[in-house]
Design a binder for this molecule. Structure first.
Ligand SMILES: C[S@@+](CC[C@H](N)C(=O)[O-])C[C@H]1O[C@@H](n2cnc3c(N)ncnc32)[C@H](O)[C@@H]1O
Length: 252
């Protein structure tokens, strides 16, 4: 099982096996689409999900990083070569991200530094952690090979779903959780949860959706199969009702 090369808020590192368990049989789909890609923990967890694989995120800096890892791993490694874990360097990367004069590779390197060195991947505050940057930079090569056959898109989910929907498609969707939408730089509005539900109602393919367990989401998806999952097996009891950490919702 391969790891992603980055951490990301809401990344599915600890939940990926539970998610894979719920995927349909491999014979039932020929294209795999990760709609809210983030760090792509589920994508990377298999050597190959399907003949055709698509990674998508609306965050332009993140997608630029994925594209540079895929197409220019050596140039990116070179750009990162003299990277040290320092507060000064972190804040200068952050400042430089604002300038328009960067090449894609320069921008990707600075974004990589913000991801690796910020506190809790908030991309803003310097976190003092002794991370081995050398290994992280070396790992880019293996990730590039994995991405070799993956199509990388930078679209809003509705547009993406319409573009890739087929009978033989499997969509995995991991949207910003209900009530935590503003953790991400790309705002996901309360209405977007409803807009997502409407696009999923119309699809021809299969979908698996992950969310935090809450009344609102359970109600919105009441016509679908909802499975409670959890990393620890300790359920949260709210007003005598068992609550899982998260739910997986599917149309098959
Ligand atoms: C919970 S994270 C995904 C984490 C991912 N599954 C992982 O393992 O790292 C949600 C992602 O959705 C993206 N996003 C937010 N609004 C979006 C939209 N309208 N269309 C596509 N992606 C969006 C965010 O940029 C964020 O990376």
């Amino acid at each position: 099982m391969m790891n992603s090369f980055i951490s990301w808020i809401g990344g599915k590192k600890s939940l990926r096996s539970k998610i894979l368990e719920q995927f349909p049989d491999k014979k039932e789909y020929n294209r795999y689409i990760e709609v809210f890609g983030g760090a792509g923990w589920v994508l990377f967890s298999l050597e190959r999900h399907a003949k055709m694989e698509i990674y998508n995120d609306v965050n332009g800096n993140l997608v630029n990083l994925f594209r540079c890892v895929k197409y220019h791993p050596e140039a990116l490694q070179k750009e990162l070569e003299f990277t040290l874990m320092s507060r000064e360097q972190f804040f200068s990367a952050k400042e430089q991200m604002k300038s328009k004069g960067l090449t894609d590779i320069q921008r990707a390197a600075r974004f990589f530094i913000l991801i690796k060195e910020s506190f809790g991947v908030d991309l803003r505050s310097f976190g003092v952690r002794s991370k081995n940057m050398e290994n992280a930079i070396e790992y880019i090569m293996a990730v590039s090979k994995r991405l070799n056959t993956v199509v990388i898109e930078n679209l809003d989910f509705e547009h993406l779903i319409k573009t890739y929907d087929r009978k033989d498609a499997l969509f995995y969707l991991d949207p910003p959780y209900y009530k935590t939408e503003d953790y991400y730089s790309e705002k996901f509005m309360p209405d977007d949860h409803v807009r997502l539900k409407r696009s999923l109602d119309k699809i021809k393919g299969k979908f698996l959706l992950s969310y935090n367990d809450c009344e609102y989401i359970r109600n919105l998806y009441k016509d679908y199969k909802i499975i409670g999952v959890d990393r620890t097996h300790n359920m949260i009891i709210q007003k005598n009702k068992p609550r899982y950490m998260e739910v997986l919702i599917k149309n098959y």
